[in-house]
Design a protein around this ligand. Structure first.
Ligand code: PGA
Length: 257
């Protein structure tokens, strides 16, 4: 198992300027977080100021979405180069809320990931089944189909990440069983091995209470966190749990990794 962990906070449509204090508090709390890469994705209005608040610390700043286009007459959209210019290092693409609210297709998600990579941003490509698909046992089939359509050729060997986020676990307080997470992560690993074994994050109702258990699941390289990433008080315990899991993994005998 990969020993380093990645923990990414997705603030979604939350956060006014006062929330910058949380970015600073998260950054300040990372001093002891060894073997954990940590990022926060605030709303675009706070990107530049968040990058400023995180400057000189291990905290990276990310965006929540990106246009698939480079520039032009596209009112309201933001190009990857603009996000990078504002201080973003990563960007979430294909989040289930974008797929649901804006009708984003796998093909569009792949183009967005390609645009991100071209501008030097690391995309986090999200996949995950809905409740009805989960209930009829179609999770693996759905995730494989999404991966086939959402991961562009250009991602081969590039620094991208994947996130498995079962839609029914997002913001609901429900999480899949460790066995189910391990089986989907193993399928994602098999499908994306030719792309260079990208880290695979789990997302959906991750909290300080369950993070240790979730991040110890075989094949889980970290977490994508929504609600529990909005304050340093909620987010830092998740980072600490990741650090403990990462330290445990690196101390384990090579045969069990
Ligand atoms: P949640 O959201 O942690 O609030 O469930 C996760 C996500 O949507 O990335």
């Amino acid at each position: 198992m990969r020993s380093a962990k990645t923990v990414v906070g997705n603030w979604k449509m939350h956060g006014l300027k006062a929330a910058l204090a949380e970015v600073s508090a998260i950054a300040a709390g990372l001093a002891d977080a060894h073997a954990v890469e940590v990022a926060v994705c605030p709303p675009s209005t706070l990107l530049a100021a968040s990058a400023e608040a995180a400057r000189g610390t291990p905290l990276r700043i990310g965006a929540q979405d990106v246009s698939d286009l480079a520039c032009g007459a596209h009112t309201g959209d933001l190009a990857a180069a603009m996000l990078a210019d504002a201080g973003a290092a990563i960007v979430i693409v294909g989040h289930s809320e974008r797929r649901r609210d804006h009708g984003e297709t796998d093909a569009l998600v792949a183009r967005k990931a390609r645009a991100a990579l071209a501008a030097g941003l690391r995309p986090i490509i999200c996949v995950g089944e809905g409740l009805e698909e989960h209930d009829r046992g179609a999770a693996l089939e759905v995730v494989r189909r999404q991966l086939a359509g959402s991961v562009p050729e250009e991602a081969r060997g590039a620094g991208f990440l994947l996130a498995y986020e079962p839609n029914w676990a997002i913001g609901t307080g429900r999480t899949p069983s460790p066995e189910d997470i391990a089986s989907v992560h193993a399928a994602i690993r098999r499908a994306t091995e030719p792309f260079g074994a990208p880290p695979i994050l789990y997302g959906g109702s991750v909290t300080g209470k369950n993070a240790g258990e979730l991040m110890a699941v075989e094949g889980v390289d970290g977490a994508l966190v929504g609600g529990a990433s909005l304050t340093a008080a909620d987010f830092l315990p998740i980072v600490a749990a990741a650090a403990r899991t990462a330290a445990g993994a690196s101390l384990a005998p090579a045969a069990s990794r």
